[in-house]
Design a protein around this ligand. Structure first.
Ligand SMILES: Cc1cc2nc3c(=O)[nH]c(=O)nc-3n(C[C@H](O)[C@H](O)[C@H](O)COP(=O)(O)O)c2cc1C
Length: 217
């Protein structure tokens, strides 16, 4: 179905994709935005419910308000850390909402498709999980387009609802900043900042029963 080159390209984009928080002001071609949104819209979704919407934010005024909401939350979250870890947390850049030429608020409508969406009856959060699949598709597509993307989740949902006039039943799942960047690192920014490192995959794989190590990958 796929040639070796095509397979390699898929794995390349999966490994190269990074969360980015610093952006250049250069405009994004409309075609690239369309491709990213098409990629998102072709994600899997529970019962094919397609619970997502995409609010494209280009207004400087609205970006300022979102940045305010994110910064307020960042400062509030600092209480979870003490001493050195607190200063290390506060020194991390966790969003680039004002710099990025475009931010896409990806939302989830839990009412889409009525009250008996196939499969969602068992696990209600499958609507948000479907939206996360759309976000990952967008993220990979952005990387393939040479664009940087950053997932911002530091906010109170009601702040974002108020700023973007989103109805109360709609869940603002993510703010995705998009733009070009000068620095697209090979490793996660949190790894480069010595905050976290990638775990060993081998330790995460069990066979047949929880905790039972698989002998060989
Ligand atoms: C659900 C979710 C929420 C995230 N929220 C934020 C955020 O608010 N701010 C931020 O800087 N990064 C955020 N990130 C990015 C992660 O920090 C990043 O994915 C992780 O460090 C691994 O780096 P990589 O994406 O470059 O591989 C989020 C990622 C996910 C999946």
């Amino acid at each position: 179905m796929f040639s070796k080159e095509e397979r390699d390209a898929i794995y390349k984009v999966i490994h190269m994709r990074r969360d980015i928080r610093s952006f250049l002001p250069n405009p994004i071609p409309q075609e690239a935005i369309n491709n990213i949104l098409e990629a998102a819209h072709h994600a899997p979704s529970v019962g094919f419910m397609q619970p997502w919407n995409f609010v494209l934010i280009t207004s400087e005024q609205i970006k300022e308000k979102l940045a305010w909401a994110a910064d307020k939350e960042r400062r509030a979250l600092a209480i979870h850390y003490d001493g050195e870890k607190e200063s290390s947390f506060l020194s991390l850049k966790v969003e680039g909402l004002k710099e990025a030429p475009l931010t896409i608020c990806v939302t989830c409508d839990p009412t889409r498709g009525g009250s008996h969406v196939l499969g969602r009856n068992s696990i209600p959060e499958t609507d948000s999980l479907s939206t996360a699949c759309a976000i990952q598709n967008m993220w990979l597509a952005a990387c393939a387009e040479g664009l940087a993307m950053g997932w911002v989740s530091f906010y109170k949902k009601n702040d974002v609802r108020d700023i973007l006039e989103i109805p109360p039943h709609i869940d603002p799942i993510a703010l995705m900043s998009v733009g070009y960047t000068e620095n697209y690192p090979e490793k996660p920014i949190l790894e480069l900042a010595n905050w976290e490192k990638r775990r060993s995959l081998e330790q995460l794989i069990y066979e047949n029963k929880w905790g039972q190590k698989k002998n060989q990958l």
